[in-house]
Ligand binder design. Structure first.
Ligand SMILES: NC(=O)c1ccc[n+]([C@@H]2O[C@H](COP(=O)([O-])OP(=O)(O)OC[C@H]3O[C@@H](n4cnc5c(N)ncnc54)[C@H](O)[C@@H]3O)[C@@H](O)[C@H]2O)c1
Length: 311
């Protein structure tokens, strides 16, 4: 039996991973979350006996130490973080406090025999792009904002705990992931919900800033393979799509898929935090998935379906 901790497990990506891991009766999963942006509605109804939820703050040592000491986990997925462009820009001190959570997790992992820590880093560590596509080994990191700096520091802590104490890790650099149950803090969900309710789709600036959009199933499938097949141990993996899409194109695609007549309106550009382009080198991720990625159109259709099924 694998004893697994998922921090931030009531969040969008953490809960999708939790559901997949719980589906395997060989795993016992403990989901920890302080419910800052998480919701218990994302977790399964309490039918299976191989998981539990504990409300706790990973940045509080007493909270998380009691849990990690008593369960003695084999694997930890550290996904808890303050997220969302606006929230992280408005609460930089709260963002920086997440460094304490990373230290708590790593100290406790080292002392309780954890075999590998999986860390949710971010494409934000690359900052404003120095080169494209962005490669895990060769592209210099250009992180400047607190959220990106915390992820960068987190990566450095993982590498250092490995070097000094032999604690194994895998760092996932997530580029935009989207899917049902994502909060409206993120652009795909926000556009889709606004389109379905006939509200304006608001773009900051000209909309020519580009992103890539990965459907949640591709994210989770790559993670599960990495975990089950012991791949990319003590390594970094970009997790993202390799099709670049401008925010304006995304808005049009959302209108097309939903059949909405909402307007696209342009507001002033954000003063900071809106990188011009992002594009990952995903050769490592493709070697995990070994199947085609879900296209943006297909992913949006799945989201619309999930939305209609739920209402
Ligand atoms: N969604 C993306 O496209 C994306 C991109 C890059 C990186 N990430 C990273 O992936 C991880 C998951 O993000 P998400 O999109 O699922 O966001 P999310 O907000 O849905 O999930 C984060 C979860 O962490 C919880 N949390 C926050 N601080 C906590 C604390 N101190 N203690 C316990 N729980 C805490 C929140 O309540 C929430 O449930 C985060 O680390 C995020 O930085 C996500």
């Amino acid at each position: 039996m694998n004893r697994i901790l998922i921090t931030g497990g009531a969040g969008f990506i953490g809960s999708a991973l939790a559901k997949r891991l719980i589906g395997d009766s060989n795993n016992y999963v403990v989901v920890v979350d302080n419910l800052l942006t998480g919701s218990l509605r994302r977790l399964p109804a309490r039918a299976q006996a191989n998981w539990q939820f504990i409300k706790a703050d990973v940045n509080n040592f007493d909270d998380i130490s009691a849990i990690m000491t008593s369960f003695q986990f084999d694997y930890v997925f550290h996904y808890a973080a303050v997220v969302g462009v606006q929230r992280t820009l408005h609460h930089p001190v709260m963002v920086l406090n997440d460094i304490q959570g990373i230290r708590n997790i790593l100290n406790l992992a080292k002392n309780t025999g954890v075999r590998r820590v999986f860390y949710a880093s971010s494409s934000e560590v690359y900052g404003e792009p120095v080169e494209l596509p962005q490669n895990e080994e060769t592209t210099p990191l250009n992180s400047r904002l607190p959220y990106a700096i915390v992820k960068n520091v987190g990566e450095s802590f993982l590498k250092s705990y490995h070097r000094e104490y032999g604690l194994s890790y895998t760092i996932f650099r997530y580029f935009n992931t989207y899917g049902p149950e994502q909060s409206d803090d993120f652009v795909v969900s926000r556009f889709l919900h606004h389109a379905l309710h006939g509200r304006d789709l608001v773009i900051h600036g000209d909309g020519l800033q580009s992103r890539t959009f990965l459907y949640i199933d591709d994210n989770v499938d790559a993670t599960i393979t990495c975990f089950q097949q012991h791949r990319y141990v003590n390594d970094i993996v970009n997790i993202g799509h390799d099709r670049e899409v401008t925010i304006l194109e995304l808005a049009h695609k959302v209108l097309e898929v939903t059949g909405s007549t909402s307007r696209i309106v342009h507001h002033a550009p954000l003063k900071e935090g809106d990188m011009r382009r992002r594009l990952p080198d995903i050769r490592k991720m493709r070697s995990l998935l070994q199947r085609p990625l879900v296209s943006l159109e297909e992913g949006l259709r799945k989201m619309v379906q999930a939305f209609r099924d739920a209402s």
